[in-house]
Design a protein around this ligand. Structure first.
Ligand code: DNO
Length: 390
């Protein structure tokens, strides 16, 4: 695999010079300053590419070229937005940037309830607490019918463990974690400048009131069929990011949650440029997924790897596990043994050794990710050595 790193552009506190020192070979980034739905001009693409190359690295992956909401729910302007998406892809292709990550999650990109959950060793990490999420859905969002979507044990925990400790400040923090802090920096729908994030969120949810899984699938197929000719012409690999968490949430349809979903997606548009971002971390947030088997099954259509993994607790909460988790060791070996250098970045590492004071984007610490990259690099080297010995 190619060792890459998610970098948020020239304003990122973690510089490309720093990344070269720690063994990073390729950069994963986006043109974060261009609003969703606008064309990425060739000039803007080349400017970013040149900036990266002038510092001895290459732009390996775009994460993300965001898919506008209207393409997902099938709004009246979707064809126009798809045309713009195709133009952006063509410009990336002309500049030689040929791996593009995107997601098809309605309204909300990834979701966590806690961004600094303390670990026993003094570091902290991201955490998803089901009962807190239910509290957000039922008591803050007040989504009609929400209660019916949670099992009795989650509701019991919500009433006995979460409700008693909730006050205005705790509610504010929960909203911030679930729909603000995790969304702005990934060019999501809600940003830190929004005054009424919950109101805005409700109106976004309303866009999907008539969209079920089948309709969302049809819209994804429509989008992929429309862009594949451009991908074929320029050799661009599209890599859908799985839904994080891989569950149906907030009454929204989610269609990249399990092996069957991925099989459907790859078969619906059989072009090899329709591929996957294998995010072991997202997929492992659901106890239904055997991520080790999924890596083996989907490796041939995987064009980008996110190396991290979660542990699901008995109550359905999940937290990030170590990058040396035996399941991740197997997954890294699977992709390292493919005979193409698939770009791989580590993901969602702990905050440690002062990271917590730096104001990094949630999940994107420096020391934590550096340690994780060291671990994953070790697994890769071991896989190579075993192959040579064979
Ligand atoms: C979160 C990320 C996601 C991912 C997008 C891709 O940390 O893994 O936000 O970048 O879903 O479109």
């Amino acid at each position: 695999m190619e060792k890459t790193w998610r970098w948020f552009g020239p304003n990122d506190k973690i510089t490309l010079e720093m990344l070269r020192q720690i063994g990073v070979e390729g950069i994963v980034t986006s043109l974060h300053h261009i609003p969703n739905g606008e064309v990425w001009s060739l000039g803007e693409v080349e400017k970013m590419k040149n900036y990266i190359e002038a510092r001895g690295l290459r732009w390996s992956v775009v994460e993300s070229l965001p898919v506008s909401e209207s393409i997902k729910y099938g709004g009246p302007d979707r064809d126009q937005l798809i045309e713009r998406y195709k133009e952006s892809l063509a410009n990336l292709g002309k500049a030689g940037v040929k791996t593009v990550c995107y997601n098809f999650m309605p309204v909300l990109d990834w979701a966590r309830t806690d961004l600094e959950y303390p670990n026993a060793d003094g570091t902290s990490n991201l955490y998803f607490n089901r009962a807190e999420f239910a509290y957000f859905d039922i008591h803050i969002l007040k989504r009609p019918g929400a209660e019916a979507d949670y099992d009795a044990e989650t509701l019991r925990r919500m009433n006995t463990e979460v409700l008693p400790r909730m006050d205005a400040e705790a509610e504010h923090r929960l909203v911030d974690n679930i729909i603000v802090k995790t969304q702005g920096f990934v060019n999501g729908n809600i940003s830190e400048n929004d005054k009424e994030p919950v109101e805005k969120f409700r109106s976004l949810l309303a866009l999907y009131k008539d969209i079920d899984r089948d309709k969302l699938r049809a819209n994804l197929k429509y989008f992929l069929e429309a862009i594949m000719p451009v991908c074929d012409e320029y050799g661009i690999d599209m890599c859908v990011h799985p839904d994080d968490p891989p569950l149906q949430i907030l009454g929204l349809p989610r269609i990249v949650t399990c092996a069957d979903d991925i099989r459907w997606l790859l078969e619906a548009v059989p072009d090899s440029h329709n591929g996957l971002t294998f995010c072991a971390g997202s997929l492992s947030g659901g106890a239904h997924n055997d991520v080790v088997a999924m890596a083996e099954e989907f490796a041939p259509r995987t064009h980008f790897v996110h190396a991290r993994i979660c542990k699901v607790l008995p109550d359905g909460d999940f937290k990030e596990s170590t990058h040396l988790d035996p399941r991740l060791v197997k997954i890294v070996r699977t992709f390292q043994n493919e005979d193409r250098p698939i770009p791989m970045r580590v993901d969602h590492a702990p905050l440690m050794l002062g990271d917590e004071k730096m104001g990094y984007n949630a999940g994107y610490s420096f020391h934590g990710r550096m340690l994780a990259l060291g671990m994953v690099s070790g697994i890769m080297a071991a896989a190579d050595a075993d192959r040579k010995a064979e």
